[in-house]
Every structure is written in structure tokens, then in C-alpha cells.
Ligand binder design. Structure first.
Ligand code: CTP
Length: 398
């Protein structure tokens, strides 16, 4: 899959830099050529000698290296790859990228490159959660930079949370997705996934049982066909798909905002189980037991699928889902017309089916020309078949 691909790998500072060595090995096993760039901080954690030995390549380190400039200028270096991969990317490197600074070799290459960039962040969880890093992440995502990870888990600093470098095989999968040369190459597709959480007070919320498994599988299947996927997810149980631009939200209103900012798109798949209602008056303090039962008054959330289907920036193909517990096809057929989407993927989410939260799905795809019943299969297989169908349909579009 990676045969003949040339990757420029920028290794930033941080204890996770040791995983970059394993990453290089796994990329080379798959036939990729890895041209390494080691930042000054990165060289504090792994030696240039090990990077050179594993990559079989000269390690680029300094911006003003006369030999390098004579052999290959930094501009040429930045553009000679099929993909630039930054792993691990520190908070500092992300900040430099977001600001467009070019004060060392790594940041200069990232500013000068005209090839796609994939970033695998690794940092302490407080640094990852810091508003400054969140801002930088949002800017970089808007700039079209792809991200993989970070994962959640225990960290070298003894804390637990998000910030761990994605595992080397997950980074490999993200690289493969970024380089995928399939029928959806050049197509931008928005996918919503997971549940939404609607706050009642700072500690309680209204939610539903969606795990996000079907949405993640769809994001992954579309990326594998080469699509440029913006994956907008509520707080899901399963990991977001590698190689997609991931935007995390909590509420239905945030999901709608994120979808609208991600438009235009060639297609959109609304797999999220959006909460239909939110509390009319979420409080900013915890509701206490004081002898009387609290009354929750609910108001309706915006319908994201219907808003986008009927909006000015409507993608050429809009796919909705219908989670039903009875009269599945009749309800879903009516829902397709009511919401104004092109297809509805209907499924029976009665507890007896084991679909919600499970690994399998049994769907009926409702299109303008009728309903197609698909046999029960894994959510990954539903996703691949749906992605292929989307590719076939978009192939007929300009
Ligand atoms: N949907 C949405 N925004 C909402 C509610 C639903 O975008 N506020 C989308 C879902 O992502 C899905 C489709 O609409 O693609 C149908 O969701 P579903 O929960 O089955 O339908 P509802 O609109 O909630 O209708 P009902 O509860 O009456 O079945």
C-alpha cells in the first residue's frame, strides 16, 4: 500500500519520540521511503544515529546547513514528499504551525510545503486541553491539516488523560488513508457521528445509547476510498477514524455549527444520534436535592439533517439515518421526504436486535426509487458498502 511513497517524517521533542523509531520500521516494512527531520528537542529523546540507521536516510536537522542547501534546499525538501508526517508533534510545534512561524528547519518545512500534512500530537493532557492548544488545533484543522490521535491513557509524566501519541499502527493507518488514491479522491465528505450530550446542570446531561461505531466505520470507509472526511462527533465510546479531520462537539447546537462551518461538501452522511430535545434552562450550578423534585422543561433541538438538506449550501448527496423501533420502512420513508435528504439508511434499534452499541447492523437503504434491504452484517461492512455506493453516485456528478 505504501510502496514507492515518500514520507517526510518530522520528529518533534517529547518522550513519545521513541515511538517514532517503531513507526519508521513499520513504514519501511510497507515499502515507504522515510526521510527524517529531527528537531533540536527531538534529538534530546532519540539519537540521530538511531533515526538514520532505521530510516536508511540522512537525518535533516538544521535550517542553515550548507551541505544540505547545496544538495537539496529546504523548499525542495518540503515538496519532495507525498506526505509530511509530524510525529510526535509537541504543543510548541502545533503553535508554530498555527501561527505560520518558520524559525527552525521543521517549522520552515511545514510552512513551505505544498503536500498534505498529517500531525500526530503528543503532550501532557493539561497542555492538550489548554485553550491555546484547542485554538491552534481548530486553526490547523481549518487549514486542512489532518490529525491522528492523541490517545487517552496513562502518560510518562504519571497523569492520565488525552495526550498520548497514537500507536504506530494507527499512525500507519492514517498515513495510508491520507495517501489513498481511490474513487473519492478530491471529494470532501462530512460525517456526523455519536450521541450528543445536552446539559441539565454542570454534572448531568441528557444522552442516548449511540456508541458512534457505525459513524466511525463510515468515516474510515470513506477515507479509505480517498475522500477528504470531516468527522464531526459527539462524545462517542469508540475512537474517531484515523486519517480524517476530527471535530469534537457535545451538544446538537455545537454539531450544527460545526457542520455549517465545514460546508461546502460533495456529500454528507448524518449518522449521529442527535438528541431531539435539550433542557430549556440548563443551570450553571449543580441542582441540589431540597425536598422538591426538579422539573425539566425541554425544547426541541435544531434538526441538522433537515437544515442542511434544505439549506443553500446543500451537498450534492445527503444521507440520513433513521433509528426506528417499529414500522421501520414506513417511518423511514416518511422521514426521507420530511427531512429532504436523498437517502435514508434505516435500522431497527429495538433492544432485541442488539444493534445500538453492538458490532453488527441490519439496514434498509431508502432512495427515491425504492427501498433496498441489506442483510445483517458487521458495521464495517455496512460502511464499506455505503461508501462504495456514495462513490458510484458521486462519479455521476460533475
Ligand atoms: N438528526 C439530525 N438532527 C436532529 C435529529 C436527527 O441531524 N436534531 C438526523 C440524524 O443524524 C439522522 C436522522 O436525522 O440522520 C434521523 O434521526 P432519528 O433520530 O431517526 O429521527 P428523528 O428526527 O429524531 O425523528 P423521530 O425521533 O421522530 O424518529
Amino acid at each position: 500500500m505504501l510502496h514507492g511513497k515518500r514520507l517526510l517524517l518530522i520528529i518533534g521533542g517529547g518522550i513519545a519520540a521513541y515511538k517514532a523509531l517503531d513507526l519508521i520500521r513499520r513504514l519501511r516494512e510497507r515499502g515507504a521511503q522515510v526521510v527524517p527531520v529531527l528537531t533540536r528537542a527531538g534529538a534530546e529523546f532519540v539519537t540521530p544515529m538511531s533515526v538514520a540507521a532505521l530510516s536508511g536516510h540522512k537525518v535533516h536537522r538544521e535550517l542553515f546547513d550548507l551541505t544540505d542547501e547545496a544538495e537539496m534546499g529546504h523548499i525542495q525538501l518540503s515538496r519532495s514528499a507525498d506526505l509530511v508526517v509530524v510525529a510526535p508533534a509537541t504543543a510548541d510545534l502545533m503553535a508554530k504551525m498555527a501561527q505560520g512561524r518558520a524559525d527552525d528547519l521543521a517549522s520552515t518545512l511545514l510552512l513551505a510545503t505544498d503536500t498534505p500534512v498529517l500531525v500526530a500530537p503528543a503532550m501532557n493532557m493539561r497542555m492538550w486541553d489548554h485553550p491555546a492548544t484547542r485554538r491552534n488545533l481548530a486553526v490547523l484543522q481549518q487549514d486542512g491539516i489532518r490529525f491522528v490521535g492523541p490517545d487517552e491513557g496513562s502518560m510518562a509524566c504519571g497523569e492520565f488523560g488525552p495526550g498520548r501519541l497514537a500507536e504506530p499502527l494507527a499512525i500507519v493507518a492514517a498515513i495510508e488513508a491520507a495517501l489513498a488514491d481511490g474513487p473519492l479522491k478530491g471529494r470532501h465528505i462530512i460525517v456526523t457521528s455519536g450521541p450528543t450530550h445536552e446539559p441539565i446542570d454542570p454534572v448531568r446531561y441528557i444522552a442516548n445509547r449511540s456508541s458512534g461505531a457505525q459513524g466511525s466505520a463510515i468515516g474510515r470507509a470513506l477515507a479509505a476510498l480517498g475522500a477528504d472526511v470531516t468527522f464531526i462527533t459527539g462524545p462517542a465510546d469508540v475512537a474517531a477514524p484515523e486519517g480524517t479531520r476530527v471535530i469534537r462537539v457535545e451538544t446538537a447546537r455545537q454539531m450544527l455549527d460545526a457542520v455549517q462551518s465545514a460546508l461546502p461538501a460533495d456529500a454528507a452522511v448524518f449518522a449521529a444520534a442527535v438528541a431531539d430535545w435539550r433542557t430549556a434552562d440548563a443551570t450553571d450550578h449543580k441542582i441540589k436535592k431540597n425536598g422538591t423534585l426538579p422539573v425539566l422543561s425541554l425544547i426541541e433541538n435544531p434538526d441538522i439533517l433537515a437544515t442542511v438538506s434544505k439549506g443553500a449550501d446543500r451537498p450534492a448527496l445527503v444521507v440520513g439515518f433513521a433509528a426506528e423501533t417499529d414500522d421501520v420502512i414506513a417511518h423511514a420513508t416518511a422521514k426521507r421526504l420530511r427531512k429532504g435528504c436523498d437517502w435514508i439508511v434505516a435500522n431497527d434499534v429495538s433492544p432485541a436486535t442488539g444493534i445500538m452499541g453492538g458490532t453488527e447492523n441490519e439496514v434498509t437503504v431508502i432512495r427515491p426509487d425504492g427501498a433496498e434491504v441489506w442483510p445483517r452484517m458487521t458495521k464495517d461492512m455496512v460502511a464499506s458498502r455505503l461508501a462504495r455506493s456514495i462513490a458510484d453516485t458521486l462519479a455521476g456528478e460533475p
